[in-house]
Design a protein around this ligand. Structure first.
Ligand SMILES: Cc1ncc(COP(=O)(O)O)c(CN[C@@](C)(CC(=O)O)C(=O)O)c1O
Length: 401
């Protein structure tokens, strides 16, 4: 290849590429419902007061800008794990959880993908839900894994295909890796019930499967971080040595700070030390070490009871606004005497609503009303406000009837 002349133009990202298209759109009616980034009712990005306070505290400490070390800021990682597993987690008390700071949730997923490829073999399988967050697939493929799907969404019931899920878990060969969304499933907004999680945990244990939780919305789903960690903690209590990817992008509003963590529950402290050493080897050759600022902000908040309480209140307020917009969108669609049932809008949880619109309908809404959401019909509920909810409902109704 002579120079760069043969490099083809790549396709826009299905999610982040939408933002680029939205930004170029000059129509005053345009609405962005693509990327899952929280907006207030004013339609603007939201910086939490607790984060602003943490920023001041961090600045007052006059930290230097030295490397954090491959595994990141230890205080952040320890607090991040306690946030997910619980302050009283026996696994944490027994030092059998290997944990590292990562480049947000994406980085955690990629590092874990590399670990699976390295220690379970290039081309080994990882099962992801159908559908899943679009970026899971290229992340895991680029890490060297074969991506397989397990049934998750039932288009007929617009609900969880739990029977299909269980039979795919049963059918997979023993000791397979299953990626699970810890809460607020992206893109469907459909989570298993506690009983279903418990049944899944039992079956996966009997098959010796490895549960890899991707937890990108803890606190943001129900508004209660403890509640949103229920599945993670149940699996660990049932004896699973899970892997866990955490993101602080949405729940702390730290999208651009790229703050996350990856942890692996092991059988004992010695095993955790070995796993931790291998995580560092993967990270060192990938991006060497993570950014310090956002980790210090999260550490400031989670280490201070008052700030942590304030954060919890703000996170609940974000979740509550989304829940209110779910009710508003459904009510406006029903007011228009829509021929379709829109119950699923309020049944679903978290950042996204899986509308059930076909790609053709999505593109028509985009073309006619300049409302941008992903081709699979996923709407980022945070883009809906009391001001635009009627326009969005009318635009969807114009296409769906
Ligand atoms: C399930 C899941 N895991 C991991 C991530 C990664 O987030 P992070 O790297 O920023 O921590 C996202 C973000 N998904 C978003 C919100 C944004 C994106 O696509 O990157 C989405 O719109 O689906 C996600 O939805």
């Amino acid at each position: 290849m002579s120079g760069w002349s043969e490099i083809p133009m790549g396709p826009a990202d299905p999610i982040l590429g939408l933002t680029e298209a939205f930004n170029k759109d000059t129509d005053p009616r345009k609405v962005s419902l693509g990327v899952g980034a929280y907006r207030g009712d004013d339609g603007k990005p939201f910086v939490l007061d607790s984060v602003r306070k943490a920023e001041k505290l961090v600045l007052e400490k006059s930290f230097n800008h030295e490397y954090a070390g491959i595994a990141g800021i230890p205080e952040f990682t320890n607090l991040s794990l306690a946030f997910a597993y619980g302050k009283d987690s026996p696994a944490l008390k027994e030092n059998r959880v290997a944990g590292v700071q990562t480049l947000s949730g994406t980085g955690a997923c990629r590092v874990m993908g590399e670990m699976f490829a390295r220690f379970r073999g290039e081309g080994s399988a990882i099962y992801v839900p159908n559908p899943t967050w679009g970026n899971h697939i290229p992340i895991m493929k680029n890490a060297g894994l074969e991506v397989k799907k397990y049934r998750y969404f039932n288009p007929e019931t617009v609900g969880l295909d739990f029977e299909g899920l269980l039979s795919d878990v049963q059918a997979a060969e023993d000791e397979s890796v299953f990626l699970l969304h810890a809460c607020a499933h992206n893109p469907t907004g459909i989570d298993p019930t506690h009983d279903q999680w418990a049944e899944l945990s039992k079956l996966m244990k009997s098959k010796k499967h490895i549960a890899f939780f991707d937890c990108a919305y803890q606190g943001f789903a129900s508004g209660d971080a403890e509640k949103d960690a229920w599945a993670i903690r149940r699996f660990v209590a049932d004896g699973h040595c899970i892997a866990l990817a955490q993101s602080f992008a949405k729940n702390f509003g730290l999208y651009g700070q790229r703050i996350g963590a990856l942890s692996v529950v092991c059988n004992d402290a010695e095993e955790a030390a070995r796993v931790g050493s291998q995580l560092k080897i993967v990270i060192r050759a990938m991006y060497s070490n993570p950014p310090v600022h956002g980790a210090r902000l999260v550490a400031e908040i989670l280490s201070d009871d008052t700030l942590a309480q304030e954060w919890a209140g703000e996170c609940k307020a974000m979740a509550d606004r989304i829940i209110a917009m779910r009710a508003g969108l459904r009510a406006n669609l029903e007011k228009l005497n829509s021929v379709r049932s829109w119950e699923h809008i309020t049944d679903q949880i978290g950042m996204f609503c899986y509308t059930g619109l076909t790609q053709e309908e999505v593109l028509k809404v985009r073309e006619d009303s300049h409302i941008y959401f992903t081709n699979d019909g996923r709407i980022s509920m945070a883009g809906i406000t009391t001001e635009n909810v009627e326009y969005i409902a009318a635009s969807l109704h114009a296409v769906t009837g």
